[in-house]
Structure formats: C-alpha cells, structure tokens
Design a protein around this ligand. Structure first.
Ligand code: CA
Length: 731
C-alpha cells in the first residue's frame, strides 16, 4: 500500500511536516454483531467460557485489547448503531428508539468523513436504521432485521436479492469478497461487517444445531430473580424466560402452545417458513425428536413452573450460543484472510456488538435496561504496533467513542460536536485511562412498547451506578463492588447517602455536558398501561373524528374536562365535535411524541387549545428555558401539521397555595418566556392567572382544591375566557 504522509498545519502557515515514522493510514475492519453479550465471549471469562468458547474473537484479546468496562449509550439496536456512526448520544443524532425513528443520513458519520478523507468505505450485513446507508462506496444490507435463512439483501441500486444459505456465512462471504476484489495498493479502507446473529429468533446454522446436544449448560444465579429490593417497575417488564418467551418463534417448537402451557404463543418461527425442503429436513432431523419428547412430557404434566423455566432457558441458551459460534467462525475467517494477505499489520480490527443481552440473568432475555448485562458491549481491538498484545482495559468507554477513535486513527480532525472521546490515548497507555479521562458514562433508554421496559437514564462510574426510572420518578443506586449482580438498590440506605448525592450531582453534570434537554425529546410513556390505553383510544378517535373543529391538548388539567369539567364541556363545546387530547401526567416531551404518533394528521381542527408545561416543573423543576423550548417545539409541530389551525396557547395556570410557591415561581418564568411565542395571527395567548388568584397571590381552594387541578368552578373560569376568544377566531 502506498505510504501516505499526514499533513499538519503549522501555526506559521501551511507547512508539510513528516510525522515521525511517516505511518500509513490504517485500514479499519469493524466486525459488529447484534445482541452479543460479553458473557458469551470466553475472553470475558463469563459463565460459558468453558462450554462455549469463542477462540477466534479471543484472538483479538490475545493480540490486542479487551475492554471490560465498555458500554452502550442506549441499549437497543438502531440507537446503538446511530451512536456508533455519529459519535453522539441518541438525543443528538435523533435516533432515540426503534419505534418512531428514521436515521437522518445527511448528518456526518465516521464512514462519511473517512470517505471524504480518501478512505474506501464498505458496509455488509445488518443496518437497521431504516434510511439508506450514506457514506459508503459499497453497501449491501439486510432489510430491517433480516433473516437467518435465505436472507434478502438490499442492493445499492434499490433491488433486493434473496440468497440461499445462512446469514452469518453469507455476510462473511460478501465481506471477504469485497476485501479480495479491492485493488491492492489502493486507498486505505473501512469495512463494516455487521451480523444479524445472535439476534432473536435464535436459529443456528445447520452445522451447529447439535452443538450442545445432551449437555446441561450453566444457569446464572439470578434466573429466578423476584425483583425485590429494587424499583417495582422491574416487575412490569415483559421479557422473562418464564412468562414471555414464545413457543414457536423463540423455542422453535412446532404448531401452537397447548392451552395453559405457560408459553407466549403469538409469534411464529418465520425462519422455518423460509427454509427450503432440504433445509427443513435438516432442521427437523436436529430438533424433531427432542421437540416430540418435550411436548409429550409437557402434556403428561411432568414440568413444574421452575422445571419449565429451566427447559426454556436451556433451549434458549443453546440456540443463542450456537448462533454465536457462527459469528466466531466468521471472525476467524476474516482474521485468517487479513493475516494471509498481509493486511493485518496495518489494519485495526474491532469486534463489538450493538449492546449486551440477558442470558437468563434476572430471569430475562432481551436488553434495554441499564443493568450491566445489556449496558455492556463487547469491545475487542487489535492494532499491531499501537496496542500492546494482551491488554485488559478497565477504562470507561462507550459506543460514542468509536467514531472519534477511527477519525483520529486516520489522522482526520475530530469535529467539536462529537460527544465521544477518541480511545487512542487509552490504546497508547496500555489500556489504562489517562489523566483527565471521563469519570462516568451517561446512559438513556427512551421506552418502547416492546417488552414494556420504561424510560430510564443514569450514570455509571467505576464502582457505582445511579439509575433514574421515569415512571414513579425513582432513583436506584447500585454498589457494583459489593453487589455486582445488581440485586439490591441502596438509594434509600443512609450509609450510601453521600454516594447517592455524589452520583446525583454527576448525573446532572453529565446531562448538562451532553445537552440532554428532555422536554424536547419526543417519548412515549411505554410501560404505563393506563397511558397506553388512553393513547390507543385517542388515536382511534383522532382517526375517526368527523367535523372536529376544536381540539384540546395538554395534561391532567385538560383531561379533567372529562370529569369535573364534563358538564361544562358538553354544554359549551359539544357543537364543535371537540376532542380532548389531555393526558394526565404528560409533559411537553409526551405531547411531542403523541402528535407525531397519534394520528393527529387525520384531524384538521379550526382551533387547538394548548395547556402544557406544569408537569415539567412539578416532576423535575426543569429550567424555565427548557420547558419553554418544549412548548415552542409543540407549537412548531402544530403549525406544520395543521397550517390552517388557530392555536390558543394558555399560560401555565398558577399552582401552589401562594406566590412564594417555588413551582408557581418557576411556572411564572416559563409564562414570561412563552408569551413571546404568540403572534396574534396563528398563536393567541390566553392568560387566566389573574382570574384565579386573589390580590395577595393566594390560590383559592374553591377553584383548585389541590392547588393544581381545577374544580367545576375553575373550569367555568376557563370557559368564560375561552368562548369570546373562540368567537374572535371564527368558531
Ligand atoms: Ca441489538
């Protein structure tokens, strides 16, 4: 390969300075799998190191570095990939969850920047960011999640090709073919080889079907976790091996589960349906007899609950680890080729996975939570001449660090808005965190309906982990040194008070540093059944609404038109077929999500009445600027969505008994900011404060019994002020 000399700009002007040793810019081979837990890599010395070794991935640890404190920023497929590509947290790159997001491919990514800097860039395999890949000279990706058997590959020209075979092997072959077809001595390159495996539903390659036949694999200590001593929200998730794993999709059993058998039954094994006759025959030969025996014993009542969970766990873990074996073999093939071709000496090889996974810990499969198993990502890096062989690093590293690392390795300046840190100082320091390295990592999961894991965020330092559970607004604190399994939150333990305070300060600091402004990030209140139910109902009503000229949008105060305000609503607004989109407990970020996802486009109201923001204050005392920006984001959304609609924006109603109430004061600050958003044309301000407050600033209980929510008399004040405004706006 041609030797390239890095150009440096000297202060005196442009001068070419040969860097000592005039190194070639390194190639980058980035091998990325999906849902591969550290515990399933033998170099991490986890539970399966003896029964399911990964000798090829381990080669990277032996010849390079293994990172033992390697974390994702958001433990879910698409978001983690977006963090990797951009070097930014989810709220900055815009891909916060798999439900509502499309990756904005126009933003800078490390492949794109390297391409512009003269690298040849290629991507093969899983992508899962919805939009088409950008910044690659060549790509061939699985649509969405892709399939293990006879997968489709989306081509650069828009066509889709189905290829017979097993996904991990096909992706490896395509990556190898790209490497082999490159012109020797050409540009340096980035190759991203991204596997579907070992993602659910776990169907191994035929050669690995019987890998663990007849063996009983070890169980994690917390397989039967009862979730005591931690937030109650832990009990509400739907990702347990005991209750949530499915008969056909996950357990690869034929047909449907017998009634009352303790299996979730809805999802089918789509992989089997894709197999051709020969593949089906191989599958049946491998699983048929064991399936038959299991179903017979199940029917005969031979399983108690614990035994059934254990059976499910064994079936799950064997298939999962067999899928991992395919990935490990792929890594071996790529490493062998790099060695044989001579590329190895100037190629950075990275093995990572988009997040970790629960291999039965806490009774779970899947990911999402900030607990160690899914917060952790495997990260192994080989870079001859830069990383000493056999490094075991305990530096706190995160997936937002990959992009700046690759840029710096290629001698390309790291843009100032990248939030991750280049790992080169760690590489060059034998894996030790250099002075001034980060004290903690920040994590945020934004909540999805799937598996009902709530929105939560937090920070983890070298010893402690602080989590904030959004529903219930609870803190959780874990002492990972004394409680590595995270079985007991010590947030309420007086002995940990100083650590709780220290970690809370760190949490606020990192949220500030990373510019997390939650009021502007659209999120759903997944895991809250009452909210989900109301959302589904209101989405349906929005879709079916006829001649709906008046829409109310807000929180519990708006929702209250359905109870204390019901009569007044009927009497005064019914003629406009109004729709109440008030949701108790909502903050600006929830309204933003609902507008985006709640069929609001089916509506074309003449007037929308907006009252929101007091929960941003009440729940978190968020800064007035942030809440006002959240309200502004809602107004912007409404104007774009309903260009002909007039918006009546209410000032946040006074709360608290008197003018000294800190929440009242904070709301006043928000109100003074949002008043400026009214333009008198599209957005009209309605300020009712003076109608609720006594001259001395007290708030009468007759109008607001709890000093927050309205009585019927309070709603009457709203009616009296609103009706003339509606008339003025043409209703
Ligand atoms: Ca994943």
């Amino acid at each position: 390969m041609m030797t390239r000399v890095r150009c440096l700009l000297s202060a005196a002007g442009i001068a070419l300075a040969a860097v000592a040793g005039a190194e070639e810019r390194p190639n980058i081979v980035f091998i990325f799998s999906d849902d591969h837990a550290q515990a399933a890599i033998s170099a991490y010395q986890g539970l399966f190191r003896d029964v399911a070794p990964t000798p090829n991935i381990d080669r990277l640890a032996a010849h390079g570095a293994i990172f033992e404190r390697s974390y994702c920023a958001n433990s879910i497929c698409g978001p983690s990939r977006a963090c990797v590509l951009t070097g930014k947290h989810s709220h900055m790159n815009g891909f916060i969850d798999n439900e509502q997001c499309v990756f904005d491919g126009s933003q800078p990514t490390f492949p794109k920047t390297l391409q512009q800097a003269g690298y040849e860039t290629a991507l093969v395999g899983k992508w899962h960011l919805i939009s088409k890949p950008t910044g690659f000279d060549y790509w061939e990706v699985l649509p969405d999640q892709g399939f293990y058997y006879n997968p489709d590959f989306q081509q650069m020209d828009g066509s889709v090709k189905r290829v017979r075979g097993y996904c991990t092997d096909l992706i490896t072959d395509k990556a190898m073919a790209w490497l082999k077809e490159r012109k020797p001595g050409g540009k340096p390159f980035v190759l991203m080889c991204q596997h579907k495996a070992p993602h659910r539903n776990w169907v191994p390659a035929p050669r690995h079907y019987g890998l663990f036949k007849g063996k009983t694999l070890p169980e994690p200590d917390s397989l039967f976790d009862d979730y005591r001593d931690r937030s109650k929200t832990l009990r509400k998730q739907a990702m347990t091996i005991a209750k949530d794993i499915t008969w056909s999709h996950d357990m690869l059993l034929p047909g449907k589960p017998p009634e009352g058998s303790g299996f979730a039954g809805q999802m089918i094994n789509g992989e089997y349906l894709r197999m051709d006759a020969a593949q089906k025959a191989e599958f049946d030969a491998a699983y048929g007899e064991e399936n038959r025996r299991f179903m017979e014993n199940l029917k005969a009542g031979k399983f108690d609950a614990a035994a059934l969970t254990r059976w499910k766990y064994q079936r799950y873990i064997k298939n999962y680890l067999a899928c991992v074996r395919g990935v490990d073999e792929s890594v071996g093939k790529l490493l062998d080729y790099l060695d044989a071709s001579g590329l190895a000496k100037n190629t950075i090889v990275v093995y990572a996975s988009d997040q970790g996974f629960y291999l039965g810990e806490h009774g779970w499969y899947d990911k999402r939570w900030m607990f160690e198993q899914s917060l952790s990502m495997p990260l192994l890096v080989r870079w001859p001449g830069v990383i000493k062989p056999g490094v075991r690093s305990k530096a706190l590293v995160q997936n937002i660090d990959y992009a700046p690392t690759f840029l710096e390795a290629a001698g390309v300046p790291v843009p100032a808005d990248i939030q991750g840190k280049s790992l080169l100082p760690v590489f060059k320091n034998a894996g030790e965190a250099p002075a001034g390295w980060r004290e903690a990592i920040y994590y945020a999961y934004y909540g999805e309906r799937t598996h009902q894991v709530p929105m939560h965020d937090g920070v983890r330092d070298g010893r402690y982990k602080l989590m904030f559970m959004d529903p219930g607004r609870e803190w959780q604190l874990f002492d990972l040194e004394k409680d590595p399994g995270e079985m007991r939150s010590v947030h309420a333990d007086p002995a940990y008070r100083p650590e709780l305070e220290r970690m809370r300060a760190l949490y606020l600091k990192l949220r500030g540093d990373y510019q997390v402004r939650s009021s502007l990030i659209p999120v759903r209140r997944a895991s809250e059944p009452a909210w989900e139910e109301r959302f589904a109902q209101k989405a349906r009503q929005s879709r079916q609404a006829k001649n709906c000229d008046l829409v109310f949008i807000g929180d519990s105060i708006t929702q209250g038109w359905e109870k204390p305000g019901k009569e007044l609503w009927e009497k005064n607004f019914a003629k406009w077929n109004p729709l109440n989109l008030g949701f108790s407990g909502d903050r600006t970020e929830h309204v933003l999500w609902r507008l985006k996802n709640g069929n609001a486009n089916a509506l074309k109201p003449k007037v929308a009445v907006l009252l929101i923001g007091t929960n941003n204050t009440g729940h978190f005392m968020r800064p007035a600027d942030e809440t006002a920006s959240g309200i502004k984001a809602i107004l912007d959304d409404l104007r774009k969505r309903w260009p002909a609609t007039k918006i009546v924006m209410l000032s946040i109603l006074p709360r608290g008994p008197n003018a000294e109430d800190p929440m009242r004061k904070l709301n006043d600050g928000i109100n003074s900011r949002i008043a400026g958003f009214a333009d008198g044309k599209t957005i009209h301000l309605l300020d009712l404060s003076g109608k609720f407050l006594q001259p001395d600033g007290t708030l009468p209980a007759e109008l607001m019994p709890d000093r927050l929510h309205l009585s019927p008399a309070g709603y009457q004040i709203w009616v009296d002020a609103l009706l003339p405004k509606l008339a003025e706006l043409g209703l």
